[in-house]
Ligand binder design. Structure first.
Ligand code: ADP
Length: 728
């Protein structure tokens, strides 16, 4: 029997056997198969000799799509490893690592494109000005003098081209002729633009030489204050790798993929750089995949999933802002791109460079254990000086919609000197709550049982958890009063207040609402860069990665709620956020100042962070985690169950817990089932069961044993397993 075993993108821990005719499909190639009434694209994972399926139930594959595996050997084993470790169905993992177009069955081969090219006759025509009377034809021909133009994808219509072709002035050529790979040009072309390259300071130079001389697999943690010149080190390290003809992958957080960052990489190098950002369509994503696979691109910059881009000759992975939570996938196959990058680097025997001004406690722990090598940059690069930090105690202060008078005075001072001021508030909309002044009723989302956020500009109440929205109500649903008031403050309200206090200055607000239109973020950022606006108010989007040389004052308006969170990671996150936001100030010659408004200036976290810095905070926090046996000193996994009827989810988790208890595993802590901190979302009740063990290996064994027990999950319950969760 001619059999293939196929992994399909279905949430089941099983594979499917099919028959084939003709040539044997290769392991790692795609096939189209019948599945119930559907046709699905799957990946061949094995050529089995026999099957438990009876002959009459075996079906034939419909089509074999690839001649060879579409995964490299290393990527294939990384994905296998990942499916095991995160307990995700292999079919979902393999398919999830591919661009959408490949999952849909599109060819993995690059299509050749046709271009219009200038002929010798055409060149003569241009020189002798033979097209005086045909302006459009002249323009089309003239534009070919620089580069061939793609057929069907250029500003001139086909009539013009056929007229030129008849005259023999242009010819059609295939793309392949046009392309000379950057690797073939290495000898003749400087990889980087010399004039852009900065002379490294001593700290940077030492760092770079360590990176360059550390051959093979190593994980480097560049632990350098904001503005210490980490990016400059990356750029010069990349240059060295490219000179060897190897490719480079740069992973950045979702928020970090700013036009500025991309521009900085693009303008430095003379080689092809591809960017995987959220505005690309599926075809463009496939093209990046193909270009990297064929080594046409030298550098790929992207977010989390760019890790699965195939490369012909990968020589380095850089992961900037390694502490950022967007590196963890939060649905489906819940991998952590940083941790997978390390596993991948080991397989490929290449260096992994992690960078951050606020390294995660996990990475710092790995340095302490000798698994990662640390490179510390203490000084800001260039001419910028160290930041000065201040606290405004909000108690008993007069506060105007979140802005204390002391802060308003400070702002005035900085603005009058011609500088920019950045205010950070992690809450978009006008106000987080709309309530009845008579009876206390709160307008809340029925699906999540959480207050709606009041959006004045859009005249809407919006749930920031499930996305539902409705028009603003004018009457209390309980007592009928029309005396409704908002409470709490969002960026929209701060903007409106600032407009009153600073009528002579322009304000730019940056949050998900103000940047939802395509190109809006770029537009706003340009206004800031060019100094058109002087006051910037924004959420996380404004807080990270940007380089605004003219900002001298940064203020965090309200971060108090994070001081009292139940999540043991909340303090670490707050400390990272504070340092990141603060790092937007004083990035060039001008002295930067950071102000934190709080009702709790004596809170130990704030005291240690502000007076001693992140390093000290992190040491303290690690000590505490150690004492309490929390990650990174233990491993966690969490089962989350959701259902329309609360007890259904609880019951499934109870069954899992019973099973776990029956294994009698030493040191395994089983906490729950308990309602999740966020106990209802989008109409579903949420429960969780937390497992904790001092040993990752032991925890892995338990999870595997549990899977083998095959506990049946009713259809009405959605069960999720999150290994190494980063939030509870
Ligand atoms: P980080 O990535 O650590 O935040 P950057 O690489 O963005 O730091 O550098 C911060 C600023 O300092 C940038 O404006 C950069 O051009 C400048 N800079 C970095 N290294 C040097 C250097 N060696 N000499 C002069 N300026 C530098």
């Amino acid at each position: 029997m001619k059999l293939v075993r196929v992994a399909l993108s279905v949430p089941l821990f099983k594979f499917f056997d099919y028959l084939y005719e003709g040539k044997q499909p290769v392991v790692g190639s795609r096939v189209i198969v019948p599945f119930g009434r559907q046709k699905l694209v799957g990946i061949v994972i094995e050529i089995p000799k026999e099957t438990v399926i009876t002959l009459e139930n075996l079906k034939y594959i419909i089509e074999s799509l690839d001649q060879e595996s579409i995964f490299s050997e290393e990527l294939w084993s990384l994905l296998y490893w990942s499916a095991e470790y995160y307990q995700a169905p292999l079919g979902e993992v393999l398919n999830g690592a591919l661009p959408v177009k490949l999952r849909q069955g599109e060819s993995a081969e690059q299509k050749t494109k046709t271009f219009w090219n200038l002929t010798a006759l055409g060149k003569q025509a241009l020189t002798n000005n033979l097209l005086k009377r045909a302006k459009k034809q002249f323009d089309a021909l003239n534009s070919l003098d620089v580069l061939p133009l793609e057929k069907g994808n250029n500003p001139f219509n086909s009539g013009i081209w056929s007229a030129l072709k008849t005259k023999g002035y242009v010819e059609e050529i295939e793309e392949k002729i046009r392309l000379i790979s950057w690797q073939d040009r290495l000898e003749e072309l400087p990889i980087a633009k010399e004039y852009d390259r900065l002379t490294l300071n001593q700290e940077q130079a030492m760092a770079l030489s360590q990176l360059i001389f550390g051959q093979g697999f190593n994980v480097w943690l560049i632990d350098g204050v904001t503005g210490s010149g980490k990016t400059e080190i990356y750029l010069q390290h990349i240059e060295e790798i490219l000179k060897k003809g190897q490719q480079v992958l740069v992973l950045v957080p979702e928020i970090g993929l700013t036009p500025q960052t991309v521009q900085r990489f693009r303008s430095r190098f003379n080689v092809e750089i591809d960017v995987l950002h959220s505005n690309l369509n599926d075809t463009q994503r496939l093209q990046v995949w193909q270009r990297a696979k064929n080594a046409e691109s030298a550098v790929v910059i992207g977010t989390r999933s760019a890790l699965f881009t195939p490369f012909q000759n990968l020589g380095l992975i850089i992961l900037d802002e390694e502490h950022d939570s967007s590196f963890k996938q939060q649905d489906g196959w819940r991998y952590h791109a940083r941790d997978l990058a390390v596993v991948y680097g080991k397989q490929l025997n290449i260096p992994i460079v992690l960078g951050s001004a606020t390294p995660s406690l996990e990475s710092l722990h790995n340095v302490q254990q000798g698994k990662y090598k640390s490179i510390i940059l203490k000084k800001r690069a260039g001419n910028s000086t160290a930041l000065r930090h201040f606290v405004i105690d909000l108690k008993q202060q007069r506060v105007h919609n979140g802005l204390s008078e002391a802060l308003l005075d400070e702002m005035k001072e900085h603005l009058e000197k011609g500088n920019q001021v950045l205010l950070f508030l992690n809450r978009r909309g006008f106000a987080p709550v709309l309530l009845c002044h008579e009876c206390g009723w709160i307008a809340d989302c029925q699906y999540c049982e959480k207050p709606y956020t009041y959006h004045q500009k859009q005249r809407a109440l919006r749930c920031h958890h499930c996305g539902s929205q409705k028009p603003i109500v004018n009457q209390c649903a309980k007592c009928g009063s029309t005396n409704l008031v908002t409470t709490g403050i969002g960026t929209e309200q701060v903007e409106a207040t600032l407009e009153k206090f600073f009528a002579n200055y322009l304000i730019t607000r940056i949050d998900r609402d103000s940047t939802s239109r395509k190109g809006a973020l770029e537009h706003h950022l340009k206004d800031i860069q060019q100094g058109k606006s002087q006051i910037l108010i924004g959420t996380q989007m404004l807080a990270k990665g940007h380089h605004f040389p003219n900002v001298t004052l940064v203020a965090l308006l309200n971060v108090d709620s994070a001081l009292f969170s139940l999540d043991f990671r909340a303090e670490e996150r707050l400390a990272q956020l504070y340092i990141q936001v603060a790092g937007r100030a004083g990035r060039e010659e001008k002295q930067g100042k950071v102000i934190l408004q709080t009702h709790y200036p004596e809170h130990p976290l704030l005291v240690s962070l502000l007076s001693q810095g992140y390093k000290y905070f992190a040491e303290q926090a690690l000590g505490l985690r150690d004492k309490m046996g929390l990650p990174p000193f233990s491993a966690q996994a969490i089962f989350k169950a959701q259902s329309r009827v609360s007890t259904d989810a609880e019951l499934v988790l109870s069954r899992i817990a019973e099973n776990l208890y029956s294994f009698n595993v030493q040191d395994l802590q089983i906490l729950g089932p308990l309602p999740s901190p966020f106990s209802k979302k989008a109409g579903l009740y949420r429960w969780q069961l937390l497992l904790q063990s001092p040993s990752k290996v032991k925890l892995q064994k338990v999870l595997l044993q549990l899977r083998e027990n095959n506990i049946s999950i009713p259809n009405k319950v959605r069960l999720i397993l999150d290994v190494d969760p980063i939030d509870l």
